[in-house]
Unconditional design. Structure first.
Length: 450
């Protein structure tokens, strides 16, 4: 399979020009300075927020939380600060509001050759603002935090699951608006610290079911997966419905299919990807050697029920058709291990991948198919022109450290939250010019219904 690497900076004109052998830190800072100068041209909205704790995971809460509040919210999990261990680990909930301000082209000059598509006078860029609404102490370092995509009458709030590499328990929190308050405030009630006990070791794999409220799957260093019904009334909530065994090393990620309530996938350090039917004990599909190293992340396509993406320490993103597992559909490269992959929930053609190379890349998989042909080996080979691969839709190059988590907004087209190991949280949306024809079509359809 032939694959292409994302360019080492935000765009062709922004590639690092540092001399070979120059200190890496200086190179990163130089690249970041160029990126900052180009922000008004690259983004419709952007915020760079430095978190106070050693943050490890981020996810958007469902829109409408709490109580049909007009603001969006995100939840962030953190681990111990080694220098200030007494502070412990945290869950933090932020509200996000959008404000608009004008940015003139004079504030960030670019070469005239790359400036022809811009409004010469001014353009409007949206700036998103974060407000801390809740800070909750957690008894162990947070490796992964995930919120249920469903808001139901049974919970009257948002269910959040927390997993740790150092503790076998899975903690469930219910975030909801505090009673007798008018401000955007929260309290933990009913399920504040429900402990799920079924694993023998810690881990980080967590996934909420998109169709069945309260259904959660978790994976751990014990090589097992547990399926939980967190809303069950007839059994102790700490007891898993089922335990699935098959992986030979730590389970690193799990994901439910978005259109089938009983199907989920998992990936592992054993280099395999497996698909499970929750009603059976054995996997229904198994990709024996999905990658050449640990598989860190997986994501189902929101509309194509057979299309699955995986990202690995072997620096590649692979796409799979579950109807034919003789070989991957195609492969896309990063410069360093891939930490996260996620299909856009609002556009099935866009796949995001993040890496230790500090980049978050948006791929248009329709462009891959349009520019590929079958090789003699039966796999697809990608061709491109000299300006760069057409399938590379956008590269977010604003982070200065390895990316540890990403989260698409479930409704706002193109909006992402990305978190780096240096605790910088970015919330961003590419400018319309960079969102591509398919994004624009989806956006117009959505706005026409308002």
């Amino acid at each position: 399979t032939h694959s292409w690497r994302p360019i080492p900076a935000c765009s062709g004109s922004m590639a690092s020009k540092a001399a070979p052998g120059k200190d890496q830190t200086e190179t990163i800072l130089a690249e970041n300075l160029i990126w900052k100068e180009n922000v008004p041209y690259l983004y419709e909205s952007l915020i760079n927020y430095k978190l106070s704790e050693s943050a490890t995971s981020v996810q958007w809460l469902p829109r409408g939380f709490p109580s049909q509040n007009s603001l969006d919210h995100i939840v962030v999990g953190s681990c111990y600060d080694e220098e200030k261990e007494k502070t412990g680990s945290k869950l933090e909930v932020f509200s996000v509001e959008i404000k608009e301000h004008a940015v003139t082209t004079k504030t960030a000059e670019r070469p005239e050759s790359t400036n022809s598509h811009l409004d010469k006078k001014r353009r409007v860029i949206a700036s998103k603002h974060l407000h801390l609404e809740l800070r909750l102490s957690v008894k162990f370092p947070v490796s992964r935090v995930r919120s249920s995509p469903l808001l139901g009458a049974k919970t009257n709030g948002s269910l959040v699951a927390v997993k740790s590499a150092s503790n076998a328990e899975v903690l469930i929190y219910l975030l909801k608006k505090a009673e007798n308050t008018t401000a955007s405030q929260f309290s933990l009630t009913a399920y504040d610290v429900t402990s799920l006990k079924g694993h023998e070791e810690g881990g980080r794999a967590l996934a909420w079911n998109h169709l069945s409220a309260g259904s959660l799957v978790s994976g751990s260093m014990d090589c097992n997966l547990c399926n939980w019904d967190t809303l069950a009334q007839r059994q102790p909530k700490s007891t898993p419905k089922s335990i699935y065994k098959g992986h030979q090393a730590e389970v690193l990620d799990a994901a439910w299919q978005t259109n089938k309530a009983n199907v989920f996938a998992s990936c592992s350090r054993d280099k395999t990807v497996r698909v499970w039917d929750s009603r059976q004990k054995k996997e229904s599909h198994k990709i024996e050697k999905a990658h050449d190293a640990a598989v860190n992340s997986i994501s189902w396509n929101p509309l194509g029920e057979y299309l699955l993406a995986s990202g690995s320490d072997d620096k590649t993103v692979a796409l799979w058709d579950m109807r034919n597992l003789d070989g991957k559909l195609f492969s896309l490269d990063h410069l360093k291990p891939v930490t996260c992959v996620a299909f856009s929930p609002t556009n099935e053609t866009i796949l995001a991948s993040a890496s230790e190379d500090r980049r978050v890349v948006l791929w248009d998989i329709t462009k891959v198919a349009a520019n590929s042909h079958l090789s003699s080996g039966g796999s697809q080979s990608i061709t491109r022109d000299s300006d760069g691969p057409e399938e590379l839709s956008f590269v977010h190059g604003g982070h200065t450290d390895s990316i540890c988590d990403i989260s698409w907004h479930r409704e706002d087209i193109g909006l992402m939250a990305t978190l780096a190991k240096n605790c910088h949280l970015h919330i961003w949306k590419p400018a319309l010019k960079h969102q591509g024809t398919l994004y624009n079509q989806n956006r117009l359809k959505k706005e026409s219904k308002r």
